[in-house]
Design a protein around this ligand. Structure first.
Ligand SMILES: Nc1ncnc2c1ncn2[C@@H]1O[C@H](COP(=O)(O)OP(=O)(O)OP(=O)(O)O)[C@@H](O)[C@H]1O
Length: 560
């Protein structure tokens, strides 16, 4: 549904729907069968009931266009179905279980990818015949590796997530874990990839037909192009219709993929738990209160100030109830609490990205003095990325596997800062250096599946820093990483915060992270803040029983 609110998505979806509908209704819309030929009418112009005129064999162009669309789109569907059936389950298995199946499947995939597609298609035509459907099955086989790699990369990454471990520990079967945790993560990239591959399949098929490699007997847009090309001197307009149909359909698919990416990829994701050793830092600071803080405002911080925030969902009521929070320039504030306590909802309200049905039910949020509750989406969007940036929890699923790291950094920089490509590229490389990536050029040119989780998180931090934000909201930024990499990424956040005088709101379960990094901390439970103070105060002399409970759950494990 959110796709319909995306202008590009709406236009491309409508266009595709119109094409598919027209093609399906071919018998109704078309005045005669596509093969009916009357040489007397060859190259005749439009006539009543034949709005596009006749081709070189005196066949109705509209009929051929509509029936040809059936073959062209049907061929793409077949190629996609084959690619999905082969690529997705094998990618899931290889990514989830690894081991010999992964090695064998990756070997086969590399082999298939090394095959020159055109040669294979030509050879299969010679062996299997020229029917368009058979060629599309072969094409499906050739593009299946792209789905395999996509799914395998994401699944292998998600498999390492602690929440998948937790699901395993709690006794869920593998099938259930895959359907509950894993499919959700791969669904969006697969949908995007489907749109892209459909466009490629249509263009490739048309290319083959245009070269005269497909089957001559059934009409397709490519075959129409081929025939029109032969008569280009005599009737250049014949090229227009199949060209237009192909251009519009493939263009709409590419735009739809881009819109789907926008819509599907900025969703919040599931939580996870992790631990690092606490090492209470010496931090000077501010006020400490131990009571729930609703209504107890105090002086508001200039950078970020939240007062009496409520977030509600229909049916559930308020899930955040009267939260007060301040983040000043140059400080890191931890927002801790168990799963479901409302941390992410608070962070999302500040970012203005609450899920569809969620709304801020009361209170005020100011960023640099500007009230943002009730701000129109457009104005809010202008703040995100420039004034406020977000570092998400799952680095890998926030990077699009279909694009290089470089292009994913460059595009937002160009969009937000209006830089030219060369300048944006320079800035992206500088940012990669800023986040301590040793070979920025190599990372720039890599695809997400070629880099590690820690590197991916650095890339996302680089992305967050790209427009010099003043406030960074990091939601469990190290959850997906192993302990050593966690420490590195936390160190990086600390350095960036110091060097840039950033204010950071760090959402975390992890009291070790709070101890390592935070100046101040607010503890949330059931939508309220139950305790706040300097990290040192809260960790060494917790006043609220809930904080004590949280601490006692962690400390015995970390005392070693
Ligand atoms: N889309 C939604 N519709 C209804 N309730 C929701 C929705 N999203 C979140 N909630 C509820 O809001 C409450 C707070 O969720 P939130 O995600 O903020 O918790 P959290 O403290 O960030 O937990 P975690 O650390 O697990 O992410 C939860 O009880 C959750 O059930």
């Amino acid at each position: 549904m959110r796709l319909l609110r995306h202008p590009l998505g709406l236009i491309s979806a409508l266009l595709l729907a119109a094409v598919v509908l027209a093609v399906l209704l071919a018998p109704v819309l078309s005045p005669q069968p596509p093969g009916l030929s009357s040489l007397r009418l060859a190259f005749e112009g439009p006539a009543a009931g034949h709005p596009l005129g006749y081709d070189s064999a005196g066949r109705d162009i509209l009929a051929r266009l509509l029936y040809g669309g059936r073959n062209t789109l049907g061929g793409a569907v077949i190629a996609l179905a084959v690619a999905l059936v082969l690529g997705v389950p094998s990618g899931l298995l290889a990514g989830y279980y690894g081991g010999w199946f992964d090695s064998a499947a990756s070997w086969v995939v590399n082999l298939v990818m090394a095959l020159p597609a055109m040669v294979v298609l030509l050879a299969s035509r010679a062996i299997l015949g020229s029917t368009v459907w058979v060629l599309m099955v072969v094409l499906g086989f050739l593009v299946a590796p792209s789905f395999f790699r996509l799914v395998r990369g994401i699944v292998a990454n998600v498999r390492r997530e602690l929440y998948v471990d937790a699901a395993k520990v709690s006794g869920l079967s593998d099938t259930r874990i895959v359907s509950r945790h894993i499919l959700i993560v791969v669904r969006a990239p697969i949908i995007i990839q489907v749109a892209l591959v459909a466009g490629i399949a249509i263009s490739l098929q048309a290319g083959l037909e245009f070269l005269g490699i497909g089957s001559g007997d059934s009409p397709t847009w490519g075959a129409m192009l081929n025939e029109a090309f032969k008569n280009i001197q005599r009737a250049p307009l014949l090229m227009l219709w199949p060209g237009l149909a192909l251009g519009l359909t493939s263009g709409a698919l590419v735009l739809l993929a881009a819109a789907l990416r926008d819509v599907l990829e900025d969703r919040g994701t599931a939580p996870a738990a992790s631990r690092t050793a606490p090492d209470v830092p010496h931090v000077p600071d501010v006020r400490a209160t131990s009571k729930p803080a609703a209504g107890q405002a105090g002086e508001r911080a200039h950078l970020l100030s939240v007062r009496d925030l409520g977030v509600a969902y229909p049916g559930t009521g308020e899930v955040v109830r009267g939260v007060d929070l301040d983040v000043r320039a140059g400080e890191i504030v931890g927002l801790v609490g168990e799963s479901g306590s409302g941390k992410t909802q608070t962070a999302f309200s500040i970012l203005g990205i609450l899920p569809e049905k969620g709304r801020v039910s009361r209170g005020s949020i100011t960023i640099e003095g500007q009230e943002i509750v009730g701000l129109p989406e457009r104005a809010h969007r202008a703040l995100r990325g420039t004034l406020v940036a977000y570092v998400p929890q799952e680095p890998m699923s926030n990077l699009d596997p279909a694009f290089t790291i470089g292009s994913q950094l460059v595009e937002p920089i160009r969009y937000k800062l209006g830089l030219r490509r060369a300048e944006a590229t320079r800035r992206a490389l500088d940012l990669l250096r800023l986040v301590e990536i040793t070979d920025p050029r190599r990372t720039f040119d890599s695809y997400p599946h070629e880099i590690s989780g820690g590197m991916a998180q650095r890339v996302l931090i680089a992305g967050a820093m790209s427009c010099d934000p003043k406030l960074l909201i990091a939601d469990e930024p190290t959850t997906a990483l192993d302990v050593r990499v966690q420490a590195e990424v936390l160190g990086l956040l600390r350095r960036l915060q110091r060097d840039n005088d950033l204010g950071v709101l760090l959402v975390t379960h992890n009291l070790g992270v709070v101890a390592d990094l935070c100046d101040r901390v607010a503890v949330m439970r059931e939508g309220r803040i139950v305790e706040r103070g300097t990290a040192e105060q809260v960790l060494s002399t917790p006043r609220d029983p809930y904080t004590r409970e949280l601490l006692s759950a962690v400390l015995p494990l970390e005392a070693k």
